[in-house]
Design a protein around this ligand. Structure first.
Ligand code: CTP
Length: 393
């Protein structure tokens, strides 16, 4: 396949070279376009060496016009990829500006566009960028990332360019669309941590293994996946848009921000309560009674997202971690929370399910209950993803 790769400005632009390497290795043709900003971080020569074809930039745009017109260049590709996509280029794309070679190509193209944003966290969270991204998504532009982490400017949050393997996986998904192509699924996974003071927190034994496996299985079917994950040591699947959160309140906010979605799977083991957290580390007081923790109920994310309304995903799947009366409790939970399906499992310590590799689940739907055999969590994930694909077809 032929990919037109637009490299715009930003400290992450050098990662575009690694992306080109992955694409070339997989046999794709890549034509590079450098914006003036991009050319500050990547030289035309390095991009040319890796793409093994000439690189287009504004400097040469007049001569390019005689060789290959803008329109032709934007249409010769099967997919246009913008990586990194700066706040500025996203703004130009959203408003239809054509002020340089890259933005002209983006306005003239009739091919799908995939953008991998990268910018400072404040810029990413600014209402202007949020609105531009919403506009682009509504016009069918696909996004991969941004990831969360420490940025070159030492701030922390979403804004880092997705890693090249994740961008590569998103590109591959365009060319081998599975049965869930075009569908967006939100998945929550892992535990939440509720702080008691700056150094202590309440947590639970969830490993995040089952939720991560579900996200990976949905990706394999070609879905676009947003994975909202609590703290976990699991390697999160490349290709998913990953939102790392700590508390239940953060998880709810990240889920709401990820909507709209065609389906949502709530595999996270969300803490039911949070604590009135102390601003300073709690100290032992000689002779005094231990401090008491004041608990408040957390929002129920599954129940909130299941509420009827235009933003409710078509299919909402909850989990039920039970230690007794599994099927009866799960059926009651399905009705109480307003979701469509419940995947119920027995998490009594004797089952070893909670932090283990295998899971035995019961799928509770409006039609009744199915008992699945004990299976590796990856296999439970594959079966569930296939059922979701069927339901959304
Ligand atoms: N869940 C949620 N938000 C919460 C609590 C739970 O989204 N604050 C979701 C979980 O991700 C799971 C489902 O609700 O999909 C059921 O979780 P579970 O812990 O089994 O149920 P609880 O709501 O805690 O109910 P109970 O304590 O009565 O068993």
């Amino acid at each position: 396949m032929n990919i037109l790769l637009i490299v715009s400005g930003g400290i992450a632009a050098f990662k575009a070279l690694e992306l080109v390497r992955l694409l070339r290795k997989a046999g794709h043709g890549v034509t590079g376009v450098l914006t003036a900003g991009g050319a500050h971080f990547v030289t035309p020569l390095s991009l040319q060496a890796l793409t093994e074809t000439r690189v287009y930039s504004d400097l040469f745009s007049l001569t390019d016009e005689s060789e290959m017109g803008h329109i032709q260049l934007s249409r010769a590709a099967d997919l246009v990829v913008v990586a990194p996509a700066s706040a500025d280029i996203l703004s130009s794309m959203a408003t239809g500006r054509a002020h340089d070679l890259a933005t002209t190509l983006l306005l003239a193209t009739d091919k799908p566009v995939l953008a991998a944003p990268a910018m400072n966290v404040r810029m990413w969270l600014h209402p202007a960028t949020v609105a531009n991204v919403a506009t682009l998504r509504s016009r069918g532009v696909s996004l991969v990332g941004p990831d969360e982490g420490v940025m070159a400017c030492h701030e922390f949050g979403p804004g880092r360019l997705a890693e090249p393997p994740a961008i590569f996986a998103a590109i591959e998904a365009f060319f081998a669309p599975g049965r869930m192509a075009g569908k967006h699924v939100l998945v929550t996974s892992g535990p939440t941590h509720e702080p008691i003071d700056p150094v202590r927190y309440i947590a639970n034994r969830s490993s995040g293994r089952q939720g991560t496996a579900i996200a990976a299985a949905l990706l394999r079917l070609g879905a676009r996946v947003t994975l909202v994950s609590g703290p976990t040591s699991q390697e999160l699947p490349a290709g998913a848009s990953i939102r790392r959160v700590e508390t239940a309140a953060e998880m709810l906010a990240a889920c709401q921000a990820a909507l709209p979605a065609d389906a949502a799977v709530f595999a996270a083991a969300v803490a039911d309560w949070h604590v009135d957290a102390a601003a300073q580390k709690l100290k032992k007081q000689p002779g005094a009674a231990p401090p008491s923790l004041v608990l408040h109920q957390n929002p129920d994310i599954l129940a909130t997202i299941s509420e009827p309304g235009p933003r409710r995903p078509r299919l909402v799947v909850g989990f039920a971690a039970e230690t007794e009366n599994v099927a009866a409790n799960a059926s009651a939970k399905r009705l109480r929370k307003g979701c469509d399906w419940i995947v119920a499992n027995d998490v009594s310590p004797a089952t070893g399910i909670m932090a283990g590799e295998a899971n035995q689940v019961h799928l509770v739907t409006a039609e009744g209950e199915e008992d699945w055999p004990m299976l590796p969590k990856t296999e439970v994930a594959a079966r569930l993803a296939a059922r979701i694909a069927e339901a959304l077809a």
